[in-house]
Design a protein around this ligand. Structure first.
Ligand SMILES: C[S@@+](CC[C@H](N)C(=O)[O-])C[C@H]1O[C@@H](n2cnc3c(N)ncnc32)[C@H](O)[C@@H]1O
Length: 256
């Protein structure tokens, strides 16, 4: 009998944000695999669940997915990973593929899943959703994401923020993920829109190194970490459905 491949969302960082289903899957699966950016770097997804892996006496097998926009390099990495995973599944094993946050949100598992479904239709592929940084970041910044009829945009900022002014005009909340060196440009655009005081920078939400910065001018162009997100919450949104006065995010308690 063929095995199964399960994309397991491990949440944004804190181990106790792992879902019960994800925990049970990691405990009972035959093989745990995890993505890493290079042979020199540790898998963040693995780091998040390492205490659980230690308790189970399991080791995660790392598969390398280089952080690049070059489709040829990405396709090669996916092919290699899928070969390993499909071989295990064809031996009847259940393979848990760890994904930081949620497996359906900017994750290597998206490519792996597509390739498995296309090339190995006999293998059963499932997803266990996880707490995404999209939810964790507003939570630690003391913000609500959307209320009533409000609209949210989720944008990978390293792929361009030229339309940021348009986005903030059209959406009540904008979540800028994959924040890299473009922080200075984001500051300039938001300042021109008078929205700077409604933007929060959060890095490593729910991890011990978590940082919440409520003035983007203090972030610095080279903030130097890969788990950074900016949330822009337009004023006047909170409580709009009930017709209440807007609550300014800074007046809410920020949970560390
Ligand atoms: C490759 S995407 C992975 C997203 C992940 N699958 C999720 O659902 O959160 C990486 C981006 O997610 C965001 N991110 C992931 N974990 C984060 C955290 N703990 N705190 C803040 N942002 C985070 C950052 O924008 C980072 O650049």
């Amino acid at each position: 009998m063929l095995g199964r491949v399960i994309g397991v969302g491990v949440g944004p960082g804190a181990l106790d944000l792992l879902t019960l289903r994800a925990k049970s899957c990691i405990e009972t699966s035959d093989v745990v695999v995890c993505p890493r950016a290079s042979i020199y770097s540790q898998s963040l997804a693995q780091r998040i669940v390492q205490p659980l892996l230690d308790v189970c006496g399991k080791q995660a097998r790392a598969l390398t997915f280089p952080m690049t926009k070059d489709p040829v390099i990405v396709a090669k990495a996916v092919r290699e990973a899928v070969t390993v995973i499909a071989d295990l599944a064809r031996q009847g094993r259940t393979v848990a593929f760890l994904s930081e946050g949620d497996p359906s949100t900017y994750s290597s598992f998206i490519y792996v899943r597509r390739a498995l479904v296309r090339d190995f239709p006999q293998i059963c592929v499932e997803i266990i959703p996880g707490v995404s940084s999209v939810m964790a970041v507003p939570a630690v910044a003391g913000l609500d994401l959307a209320d009533g009829h409000e609209r949210v945009a989720i944008v990978p900022s390293t792929y361009g923020i030229a339309d940021l002014a348009q986005l903030v005009a059209n959406f009540d909340t904008v979540v800028l993920m994959k924040v890299g060196r473009e922080v200075g440009d984001i500051v300039a655009i938001l300042a021109a829109q008078n929205l700077l005081e409604h933007a929060f920078f959060v890095s490593k939400a729910t991890m011990p190194e978590q940082r919440v910065i409520d003035d983007l001018r203090n972030v610095g162009a080279h903030h130097g970490d890969c788990q950074s997100t900016i949330v822009i919450r337009k004023p006047g949104g909170a409580g709009r459905l009930l017709g209440e006065a807007a609550i300014r995010p800074r007046e809410l308690e920020v949970i560390g």
